[in-house]
Design a protein around this ligand. Structure first.
Ligand SMILES: Cc1ncc(COP(=O)(O)O)c(C=O)c1O
Length: 429
């Protein structure tokens, strides 16, 4: 296999995967469309939505002793274990559950910053989502620490480990670097960043916002030796209404909101929603089923890791096709008028996202032109409170974010390229 070109699923298999998602090729009221906005919320796995619906029909409290309650309780307990061990690859720690991934991150940020007394500064990057950036700024102000921001590399769209080390010192209590950019798709070299940061300060806490990266590649908190990582099920083939995060043993034991009678490392607070766990278990089953097509194992983590690896390879192949096209259909790199931002030859450190623009047409207008032609994409621009700092950190005014997902096929990519060429021709100066 050529690493840079990824590896496509066989056509029939890819189509069978797409069948497992709702409305992959059409909106039930607005008709046929290509949904290339999976970074804003991914296509929904039927089994996840169904799993949630099935469980929500039961009124039983999971804390009772009758059969239905026990099933619901097991869904929460088993689901918690599954998310920690299978998704995060954790051997310990605790699961934090909130209504959103942003809430989970604010919660964890606060617990670390308010409990850890050492360290006069905290470090994050200019590319972070506001939930990671603003939470650190807020708690730096509250705990009277210096707030340090590592600039992005505007060429690669990423954060260079060497640059991070210019901001980390013996007095850094917390380092927070996202796993991958939600604008450029650039995957950060967290392994190197964490290793180097710990060489400077062995006690440093390191956390990572993995909301963008989680649906594209496997996470491994043990390998990274990280203190916290979060993801959002609604961007990971699942449902809205919950955010999950892993915290390491040492973070789990720090003082946090909990019932006094519960053990020190319990983060569960109030009655859990078994349906949310049922939905996430369905997502994990789905990824494992992809893994089981390629390896034989009874180990769920192994199947999951293989499944995510295959998803990553399929997505890299789609990214390659999007950029390079074929003999019949030119790729984005060669369509006149199309500009790809923060493009890199090496695709091995990229998730399936392309940040682009088309000459002669503004970002918002361009998104509307795509929509008219049956393609859903989204613009990240410097007039949006979510995007301003991030796009400007990359030296841009904005970008159209194109984010297909693994269940799409090469025919979908080709269709997108043909439509892009039409728009570029129509608006050429
Ligand atoms: C990189 C990243 N982090 C965090 C979030 C926040 O997720 P949520 O909406 O679940 O709070 C998002 C959502 O867009 C994101 O893209």
């Amino acid at each position: 296999m050529n690493e840079n070109k990824g590896l496509l699923f066989e056509r029939e298999y890819q189509e069978s995967l797409k069948q497992q998602f709702y409305y992959a090729d059409e909106d039930p009221e607005y008709g046929k469309r290509l949904f290339f906005e999976n970074s804003g919320g991914s296509l929904r796995l039927r089994a996840a939505v169904e799993g949630k619906r099935r469980i929500e029909m039961f009124p039983d409290c999971p804390e009772r002793i009758h059969a239905r309650s026990l099933i619901l309780k097991e869904m929460v307990n088993g689901g918690t274990k599954d998310i920690l061990e299978t998704v995060f690859g954790a051997r310990g720690g605790a699961l934090v559950t909130e209504l959103t991934a942003s809430q989970a991150f604010f919660q964890i940020m606060g617990v670390i910053m308010e409990n850890v007394t050492e360290g006069k500064n905290a470090v994050t990057s200019a590319l972070e989502h506001p939930s990671a950036y603003d939470s650190m700024e807020y708690y730096c102000r509250k705990t009277k620490r210096e707030f340090r921001v590592v600039p992005a590399n505007p060429k690669t769209g990423g954060i260079d480990p060497e640059e991070v080390m210019k901001y980390v010192d013996k007095d850094t209590c917390l380092l927070s670097i996202m796993s991958a950019s939600n604008i450029s798709g650039n995957i950060m070299d967290l392994k190197k960043i964490i290793r180097k940061a710990k060489e400077i300060n062995p006690d440093i806490y390191v956390i990572s916002d993995a909301v963008q990266h989680a649906p594209h590649a496997v996470m491994d908190v043990e390998e990274l030796g990280i203190d916290a990582m979060n993801f959002a099920p609604y961007k990971f083939f699942g449902i809205r209404g919950c955010g999950f995060a892993y915290v390491s043993d040492r973070v789990a034991r720090l003082a946090h909101h909990k019932l006094a009678a519960k053990p020190a490392d319990v983060w569960e607070l109030g009655t859990s929603a078994p349906g949310n766990f049922a939905a996430m278990s369905a997502v994990i089953d789905y990824v494992c089923s992809i893994g089981s097509k390629f390896v034989q194992s009874n180990n769920r983590r192994k199947l999951f890791a293989e499944g995510m690896h295959r998803i990553h390879m399929q997505e890299r192949a789609l990214l390659h096709r999007l950029l390079e096209g074929t003999e019949e259909v030119p790729g984005l790199r060669s369509i006149d008028g199309v500009k790809i931002f923060v493009d890199t030859e090496d695709l091995t450190n990229r998730d399936l996202i392309v940040a682009m623009g088309i000459g002669g047409i503004g970002f918002t207008e361009c998104v509307a032109e795509y929509q008219k032609r049956g393609v859903t994409v989204y613009e990240r621009i410097n007039t949006s409170l979510y995007s301003k700092r991030i796009v400007e950190a990359l030296g841009l005014e904005g970008a159209i974010r194109v984010s297909p997902m693994h269940c799409h096929g090469t025919n979908d990519i080709d269709e997108f390229l043909k439509i892009t060429k039409q728009i570029a021709n129509d608006f050429a100066k």
